[in-house]
Design a protein around this ligand. Structure first.
Ligand SMILES: [Zn+2]
Length: 212
């Protein structure tokens, strides 16, 4: 099954939402709908694409705040998948984030486990969930082996790593997560971070100043 992967920058913190699209069956997964995801739902409707699942990399509001609005905008319900720790963090965050009001967050369809294979329809096993804590508890890296892509949230950026000074963050845990869950992927794997430009495992192994 040929999947295409698209990135869309959404919201005031320019969070990269990712769309995993099966063009043949006209189904898609949205990863991290950020703030103001309505254009995504409109686009899907215009293209005749059904958004069947929503995946979350971690519980910070700039990645999750748009989930209620996206769900409301979809003509049929989508499954919501995230780690139990990410859900706990969303609930703790309360009703405001950097001055932006947050809507009540829906209960996930189910919680993701480390090592679990995820997908939909004919693509039942397109991604492997790899837990990579240190930026946020229960951060998940979604590795799509066939596509040669990993959706890494705020675990690693081009020449950077996620902040470790938020609640539940830890520098040592974060760098260990990157070594064990990201740098064990093939060097040519394209990393899609939650903010900023894409990179590769090989480039970061050579150039990332936090990991040499
Ligand atoms: Zn974050």
């Amino acid at each position: 099954m040929k999947l295409s992967i698209k990135q869309i920058s959404l919201g005031p913190l320019e969070t990269n939402a990712v769309l995993i699209l099966d063009e043949e069956n006209k189904q898609a997964i949205v990863v991290d709908p950020s703030f103001n995801p309505e254009p995504l739902a409109t686009w899907a409707e215009n293209e005749g694409i059904e958004i069947v699942q929503i995946w979350i990399t971690h519980g910070h509001a700039d990645h999750t705040a748009g989930v209620p609005a996206l769900m409301r905008a979809l003509p049929q319900p989508a499954d919501l998948l995230m780690s139990a720790e990410a859900y706990a963090m969303v609930q703790k965050q309360g009703t405001e984030f950097f001055g932006f009001p947050l809507e009540p967050f829906p209960k996930p369809t189910r919680f993701i486990q480390h090592g679990e294979k995820l997908g939909f329809g004919e693509n039942a096993e397109i991604a492997e969930a790899r837990f990579a804590p240190g930026h946020a508890p229960g951060s998940v890296v979604y590795y799509l082996a066939d596509a040669g892509v990993a959706i890494v949230g705020d675990v690693i950026f081009r020449a950077g790593i996620g902040r470790w000074d938020f609640e539940g963050g830890n520098f040592r845990v974060l760098t260990q997560s990157i070594q064990e869950q990201v740098f064990t992927l093939p060097d040519e794997t394209i990393l899609l971070p939650g903010h900023g430009p894409n990179t590769t495992v090989g480039w970061e192994k050579k150039h990332n100043p936090y990991l040499s």
